[in-house]
Design a protein around this ligand. Structure first.
Ligand code: PMV
Length: 329
């Protein structure tokens, strides 16, 4: 049967997605805006085979029979339903960055899986429909199908067919760069974003405040991108990340992703900025710190963060392109 391999990049949200309007369909409560990162890539091969009794998953070289395989299998059920087929699949997926580090692996993983699985099933989907499908695997995966700066629309329809992402700027003339500082030795995250955002929506008095700020943040981020204004874009990114984390921290019981080195990185970024090196931090559902800057300043920022206790490795990435099909081996 047919086989396909796809490659997708991770993305980092500058305006965060945090909370759903529908858990079953994985519909976001608000929009989000991200940058796709060239240096973080997932490559996934999918082969449907009628002889298989069930779906199998090999993740970073290790057979997986647990939660990851079940999530992949549930996702493949959507592809099978859309394609009108019932063959099980062999899925082999690998990241070129540490999977356990808590970096945004579900985004690139489900984007690559959506593209490879639909192609292997000979299902032809327009980009928006592919993004709708990827969203069912992970909200941020809807964004990883596209390159450059990517806008996720929350949509208004109950069936979620208008909740999808698109590239709004390829950024090819603006050398933005993301410095990524791993904190906590890359240990697995304590609260999955999926559970944490639900818990936050249900218990945090600050959740509504975060949501209310999103449309204005997206507007400001788009204006900053159009004007190629790093300072304005960075200010939105820091605000959105801190608003998300403030809402999470005010949940009962609290969700606290920051560790001491996370805060040390944040202060170092502000100190560098005071000294004339522009950088703006953002953090997701984990302790790591990502710093938005220009390529020329990335080595200075990476060096400064790498010197802090409990921080490392530190690397940096340019802006990446759209997910793409590659050859089947
Ligand atoms: O795609 P999910 O369900 O793992 O959620 C991603 C949530 C954040 O990374 C914290 C924010 C974002 O917009 O990527």
């Amino acid at each position: 049967m047919s086989c396909a391999t796809a490659r997708a990049h991770a993305n980092i949200a500058l305006v965060k997605y945090w909370g759903k309007r529908d858990r079953e369909l994985n519909l976001p409560a608000a929009g989000s805006l991200s940058l796709t990162l060239a240096a973080l890539t997932t490559t996934t091969e999918v082969e449907f085979d009628r002889a298989l009794a069930r779906d199998t998953l090999v993740l970073d070289g290790e057979p997986d029979t647990g939660g990851a395989r079940d999530r992949v299998s549930e996702f493949l059920d959507l592809v099978r339903a859309a394609a009108g087929m019932d063959a099980r699949a062999r899925v082999v997926s690998g990241n070129d960055f540490p999977t356990a580090s808590g970096l945004a692996s579900s985004a690139s993983a489900f984007a690559a899986l959506a593209l490879a699985a639909t192609s292997a099933a000979e299902l032809v989907l327009a980009p928006a429909a592919l993004s709708v499908l990827a969203r069912r695997g992970s909200g941020s995966a809807a964004r990883s199908l596209f390159g450059g700066a990517v806008l996720m629309e929350p949509g208004t329809r109950g069936d979620g067919e208008d909740a999808c992402a698109r590239s709004i700027d390829d950024l090819s003339d603006w050398p933005l760069c993301m410095v990524i500082a791993i904190v906590g030795g890359g240990a697995k995250k304590r609260h999955s974003s999926r559970d944490a955002m639900d818990h936050c929506a249900n218990t945090s008095p600050l959740y509504q405040g975060f949501l209310d700020a999103v449309p204005g943040d997206i507007w400001a981020a788009r204006a900053a991108i159009a004007a190629r204004d790093l300072g304005a874009l960075g200010a939105v990114a820091e605000h959105s990340a801190l608003a998300m984390h403030a809402a999470a921290m005010a949940s009962r019981p609290p969700i606290l992703y920051f560790q001491a080195p996370t805060l040390a990185c944040m202060h170092a970024v502000h100190a560098l900025r005071d000294g004339g090196t522009p950088g703006y931090f953002t953090m997701d559902a984990g302790p790591h710190v990502k710093v938005l800057t220009l390529a020329e300043h990335a080595p200075t920022i990476a060096r400064a963060l790498d010197q802090l206790d409990g921080v490392g490795p530190v690397f940096h990435s340019a802006i990446g392109g759209a997910a793409e099909l590659t050859q089947c081996p």
